[in-house]
Design a protein around this ligand. Structure first.
Ligand code: FES
Length: 170
């Protein structure tokens, strides 16, 4: 019998975990990005179909190898993105995602941060060979920095593990 205490997930998180919306790779996406987290070893990919003329998000999907909170956060985020102008979508923060879910447990905040970080990374990628609009800041946003910091740690840890300086169970 497990002695783990279940996390206090809201009904919305549980519903989207069981029946996620917009799950799956998008074959005709014109923007996409992945993000990974050291804390849990989870990964997320975001796919966007953007109308180049109007810069409106026509469709958004995701793939997640993450926890219930990550799946629910990615699912609700893709719902929030659809039909939005990129500039408005860019403003969606991890707190907006969390509040749309009715809240996330504190230890699961980063699951929402990772979803938003992946989305913003996809938007930056979309403008890589285009004129970057002024609403995209030069500096990474908090959500993007969080993703990058976790990925750097993954790299350091995996190098240490492959060099034998850490046991594989670390
Ligand atoms: Fe890692 Fe949720 S615990 S994404």
């Amino acid at each position: 019998m497990s002695d783990r205490i279940p996390l206090p997930y809201t009904p919305k998180v549980l519903e989207l975990f069981k029946n996620p919306k917009n799950l799956g790779k998008m074959v005709d996406a014109n923007a996409s990005a992945m993000a990974g987290s050291l804390a849990c070893g989870d990964m997320i990919a975001i796919y966007l179909k953007i109308d180049d003329e109007t810069q409106t998000i026509l469709n958004a999907t995701f793939e997640s190898y993450g926890c219930a909170a990550n799946i629910a956060a990615s699912s609700i985020l893709t719902e929030m993105l659809k039909g939005k102008k990129l500039e408005d979508a860019w403003k969606i923060s991890w707190k907006d995602v969390s509040s749309e879910l009715g809240g996330l447990p504190t230890v699961k905040y980063h699951c929402g941060v990772m979803a938003v970080g992946a989305f913003r990374r996809a938007v930056r990628g979309y403008f890589k060979n285009k004129q970057k609009p002024e609403w995209i800041p030069e500096e990474l946003t908090a959500e993007e920095r969080h993703v990058v910091e976790e990925e750097k740690l993954v790299e350091i840890l995996s190098k240490r593990m492959s060099s034998g300086s850490l046991p594989p169970t670390c």
